[in-house]
Design a protein around this ligand. Structure first.
Ligand code: COI
Length: 373
């Protein structure tokens, strides 16, 4: 089988002790702690292709300790959300973009390909089965985590001969414990997340694991929530690891310009929220919209000259998150740069946030951007 198919889907419903406790308060929901009752599970082998997909009660997986994923991080994942709209209907946001990225990542990871449409239909079915888990709240949503791992129990660094695709999910609140409050980011070019020719543009777990210790230090020593990853001698701003980065500034020509790093260098993850904010901004045509590299030097210069208006991150988990401060490791010292994001008027970031969350929660319609469950 070249793919698994919705028509072959088997649904096994959870009952009794397989049912989990649902959160009672959607306003105080941490990110990624709670999982709903069911998951999608499908296996692949090089000889037989994909098995029939199943939706089954969430349970532990059993894999051989020699499985490739456990040794060489033969793993990739996606993150997308479903929202319960003001009309009570459930919508997934641009799942086609996540699926195409997942297939590109699978190719790069030498893991098997599948039909994007089929997985979307199966995820819709999973949401139907677990619909009561989709929060009835306009600050919460249901986070969907498709994952693909190499399960072949052989220790050669080679293509996985067996794989498992699964999709788990659950209700989530804001990614940052601070909610919609501005975040502080550490910018320290002694560490890199990605490099040309590497896998920074693919959603592989191996991009995230090495960031954890650095992030922990950034929090402990500098009170930063995240790292803003820089690249190269001129300290190009790339992304934040959990979100893409945008700057709104008056450029040297005096035009108000929204800038985000480009995709063609392979240094950043091609975010669905990133693309959606670019699409909206281009449609509105109120500010110049540019995908290009910019450096910490340019950020500092714009800040010093009073031209820096706003900085914010954009991601599925993070939605649109204001940046209030950058702690920059500069000439051997840490300097705290205050970013006027929350003071700038008119608040362009807020306008983007409102527009995208209106689409998420069905307060506004954007043709082709949502899939109804
Ligand atoms: C997302 O925004 O969905 C992500 O995958 C970021 C993260 C939680 C790793």
């Amino acid at each position: 089988q070249k793919s698994f198919y919705y028509d072959d889907l088997e649904v096994i419903r959870a009952k009794g002790t397989q049912l989990h406790q649902k959160p009672t308060d959607y306003n105080n929901l941490a990110f990624g702690h709670v999982f709903s009752d069911h998951f999608v599970n499908v296996d692949w082998t090089v000889d037989d292709g994909w098995t029939k997909p199943k939706i089954e009660p969430l349970r532990e997986l059993s894999i051989h300790p020699g499985a490739k994923v456990l040794h060489y991080a033969a793993e990739l994942f996606e993150g997308l959300k479903a929202y319960r709209g003001v009309d009570g209907r459930i919508r997934m946001f641009r799942p086609d973009m996540n699926m195409e990225r997942m297939r590109r990542t699978a190719a790069r990871a030498s893991l098997p390909d599948f039909d994007a449409e089929e997985l979307i239909k199966i995820m819709v079915e999973m949401l139907r089965v677990d619909k009561e888990w989709v929060p009835n709240s306009d600050t919460a949503s249901y986070y969907i985590r498709p994952t693909l791992i190499g399960t072949d129990p052989t220790l050669g660094v080679a293509t996985s001969l067996a794989a498992k695709l699964f999709v788990i999910g659950g209700p989530v609140g804001p990614y940052y414990a601070t909610g919609f409050k501005p975040v502080s980011l550490l910018a320290d070019s002694r560490f890199v997340r990605a490099f040309p020719g590497g896998v920074g543009a693919y959603k592989m777990g191996c991009n995230y694991a090495p960031t954890i210790a650095i992030n922990k230090n950034a929090a402990r020593e500098h009170g930063c929530q995240q790292i803003m990853w820089l690249y190269g001698g001129d300290e190009e701003v790339t992304e934040v690891g959990t979100m893409n980065i945008f700057v709104l500034w008056k450029n040297e020509q005096g035009d108000l310009e929204l800038v985000t790093p480009p995709l063609d260098l392979g240094l950043i993850l091609p975010g669905v929220t990133r693309q959606s904010l670019l699409d909206l901004s281009r449609e509105w045509n109120e500010v110049k919209v540019t995908e290009k590299s910019f450096t910490m030097g340019e950020v500092r210069k714009a800040l010093k000259e009073g031209r820096l208006c706003q900085m914010f991150g954009a991601g599925t988990a993070a939605v649109v998150s204001p940046v209030g401060e950058i702690v920059h490791h500069h000439n051997g010292k840490f300097e705290r740069l205050k970013i006027p994001t929350m003071d700038y008027k008119p608040n362009y970031m807020q306008k983007l946030y409102d527009a995208i969350t209106d689409i998420h929660y069905g307060r506004a319609v954007k043709e082709g951007w949502t899939v109804e469950v």
